[in-house]
Design a protein around this ligand. Structure first.
Ligand SMILES: [Zn+2]
Length: 289
């Protein structure tokens, strides 16, 4: 399931195919992908408008659109949630859609008589849980989201205060998008290992040095995962260029249960926490008493 590094990679790689292009039409194969927005509203919000930015917030890609004459003023957004298996890919003019295409955004380049076909951005989604929602305000669509872990609003002090004010086990707390945005099962397990924290530790029992270690671990894991264009291991996640990410080769604990810890050689364990498989080293990550 795409988490922050995979969504960031998607936004970065799809950006050059979108920014500066004008929306000329839509191809909708799976109505629910539009998240309840009608085709008429979709057309009203996006048709004829130019893409001015492709951003990421948490696990969402936010695509901004403006009038070509007023590119400074964003008039509409397409909020893309990849969920389990969604992917954004660019298709060249005339290229047939890849399999499992649910939605296509047809693009042009230039103006008036000079408008030429710039292909499409296709949303592929085998499992059909993903969404591409057009809106005037992305915050009408997004759920409550905590700070960006790589943003300036997230600091060792804010993390310490957040941990101390809650009495929740670290694993479910770090998965809670309203606490911290963008982390999912993989990167929480990896960050907890790097910080040497047991996933069931109560957040109010995390010491100051451990909170500092967790802050550094979250940033280190996410930064390296973005550099490696995310993690591909289940056959679903591919970058917009069709390449797999390579962070899966760096996994210390995720999916490694039964194998020896790379640090201490103890056997990596897997437990279920809040219905999520949770991987840790019982020797490196001792539970605080
Ligand atoms: Zn270990």
């Amino acid at each position: 399931m795409p988490e922050l590094p995979e969504v960031e990679t998607t936004a970065r790689l799809i950006r050059p195919d979108l920014v500066g292009r004008v929306v000329t039409g839509f191809e909708v194969e799976w109505e629910r992908t539009l998240g309840g927005v009608t085709r008429r509203t979709l057309a009203r919000l996006l048709r004829g408008r130019v893409c001015t930015a492709v951003e990421r917030r948490a696990k969402y890609v936010l695509i901004a659109f403006a009038e070509p004459e007023e590119p400074e003023e964003v008039r509409a957004w397409l909020v893309v949630h990849l969920r389990m298996t969604g992917r954004l890919v660019h298709s060249a003019p005339g290229e047939a859609p890849a399999s499992h295409r649910r939605f296509g955004l047809c693009l042009g380049e230039g103006r008036g008589e000079g408008l030429r076909d710039a292909g499409r951005i296709d949303f592929l989604d085998p499992r059909k849980f993903g969404r591409c929602v057009a809106t005037t305000d992305p915050y009408d669509v997004l759920p409550e989201l905590g700070p960006e872990p790589l943003g300036e609003g997230f600091t060792t002090d804010s993390l310490r205060a957040g941990l101390a004010s809650r009495r929740r086990q670290l694993k479910p707390l770090l998965l809670d998008q309203s606490f911290l945005a963008g982390l999912g099962n993989i990167y929480v397990d990896e960050a907890l290992f790097l910080a040497r924290l047991h996933p069931l530790t109560s957040s109010d029992r995390v010491s100051r040095p451990k909170a500092e270690a967790l802050f550094a671990a979250i940033r280190a894991v996410l930064t390296e995962a973005i550099e490696r264009e995310g993690s591909s291991f289940d056959g679903f996640y591919r970058t917009p260029t069709g390449q797999p990410g390579s962070y899966q080769h760096q996994f210390q604990v995720y999916g490694r249960h039964g194998k020896p810890c790379r640090v201490c050689a103890a056997e990596i364990r897997r437990i279920v926490v809040g219905q999520r498989g949770t991987h840790f080293c019982p020797r490196c990550q001792r539970r605080a008493r």
